[in-house]
Design a protein around this ligand. Structure first.
Ligand SMILES: Nc1ncnc2c1ncn2[C@@H]1O[C@H](COP(=O)(O)OP(=O)(O)OP(=O)(O)O)[C@@H](O)[C@H]1O
Length: 335
């Protein structure tokens, strides 16, 4: 079957323009500023993870993207128009956090019904296969396990053959096997040139499946880039060694070192330049049990997020310097 994006307007997914634009978007609930000045462009064909702690503003962002909530200020555009018009045209599919199963109908009946409400739906059998539901097609929706029901919600999101799929914590209820199946399906969908935007708490999911990770903290974008770029920018490497009674006071001033943590007799240094750090440690005879490992995305995430909902870093596109200094400041507290 021909990819959705190509079929609709002759524009391929990747390189086919901008799917999502946020400009100066804020959203407040009474005194709570859930989203504070969001500027974001997502190109057609990209797979983007929104990563953030509880209450960071991910769901609010996705709800505004879908037109379910208006921004307090600023604008959200999908494919150059309003979210409502993109949704009405069947260009957007969504899987939100609390979908409910419809009783008494079979999986195939439900997906057939949903598909019929769209102008250019995906073939039902294809939808069921893509969502990993072929073997459950004849099963009643209210007699499925939690993981199988999650796949039905995924199939509902796919049924209209959308160019943009928005998924809020899509694998939260899935076991390891179901998660793997889900991501296989998702990759199949992305390969057709479609755009995926998903929120997740699972760092490894963002690392494994997103082209680009947007880290949100306190309603602001504090980092935006590929997993590798994020790790490079804030993570660097971790250097650890046995202190054997040596003083730790000189360690923060060593070349490249951004953060120091002492665990018992072991020192852990986050460094932007592991070679320079190791040479300096050798000069101090601090190389007993020396280990150098690349920083994980988790290290990077901890360094980037403040641990609260009032993060003070500046959003992209000015992210570079401001986010870097915020990241460095918090990295001083957490290796
Ligand atoms: N309807 C609402 N009324 C009041 N405050 C809200 C409402 N919805 C969200 N908030 C607040 O806005 C902030 C952002 O919430 P949001 O649900 O967007 O975060 P999130 O990153 O999706 O969190 P989680 O990972 O826990 O789902 C939080 O402080 C939350 O308490």
């Amino acid at each position: 079957m021909e990819p959705a994006a190509t079929r609709r307007n002759g524009v391929g997914g990747a390189g086919g323009g901008t799917a999502v634009t946020f400009r100066g978007v804020t959203r407040s609930y009474g005194g709570v500023r859930a989203v504070q000045g969001l500027d974001l462009d997502i190109a057609a064909g990209e797979t983007v993870a929104l990563l953030g702690r509880n209450g960071a503003g991910k769901s609010t962002t996705l709800n505004m993207l879908l037109g379910l909530q208006p921004p307090s200020t600023g604008t959200v555009r999908l494919f150059g128009g309003t979210p409502e018009s993109a949704v009405r045209a069947g260009r957007v599919g969504a899987m939100l956090q609390d979908g409910k199963a419809v009783p008494r109908v079979t999986v195939r009946e439900l997906i057939t019904f949903v598909a019929a409400t769209y102008p250019a739906p995906m073939d039902v059998t294809e939808t069921l296969e893509l969502a990993g539901l072929a073997e459950f097609a004849g099963r009643r929706v209210d007699r499925l396990s939690g993981g199988q029901a999650q796949r039905v919600r995924f199939a509902v999101a796919l049924a209209g053959n959308p160019e943009l799929l928005v998924l809020d914590e899509p694998t939260a209820a899935l076991d390891v096997d179901a998660r793997r199946t889900f991501w296989r399906a998702m990759r199949g969908y992305a390969r057709r040139g479609n755009t995926l935007v998903f929120s997740t708490h699972y760092l490894e999911e963002a690392d494994d499946h997103a082209d680009r990770i947007v880290v949100i903290d306190g309603g602001r974008v504090v980092a935006d880039g590929s997993s590798e770029a994020l790790k490079r920018r804030t993570g660097g490497s971790l250097v650890s060694f046995d202190l054997r009674g040596a003083p730790s006071a000189p360690l923060p001033a060593l070349p490249g070192v951004r953060a120091v943590e002492i665990r018992g007799d072991r020192a852990l240094l986050r460094t932007a330049d592991s070679d320079a750090t190791v040479v300096a440690l050798a000069g101090l005879d601090l190389v007993h049990g020396l280990q150098v490992t690349p920083a994980s995305l988790e290290d990077t995430f901890l360094a980037l997020t403040s641990g609260g909902t009032t993060g003070a870093a500046t959003a992209e596109p000015a992210a570079g310097a401001a986010a870097e200094s915020a990241a460095t400041a918090s990295a001083k507290e957490t290796v």
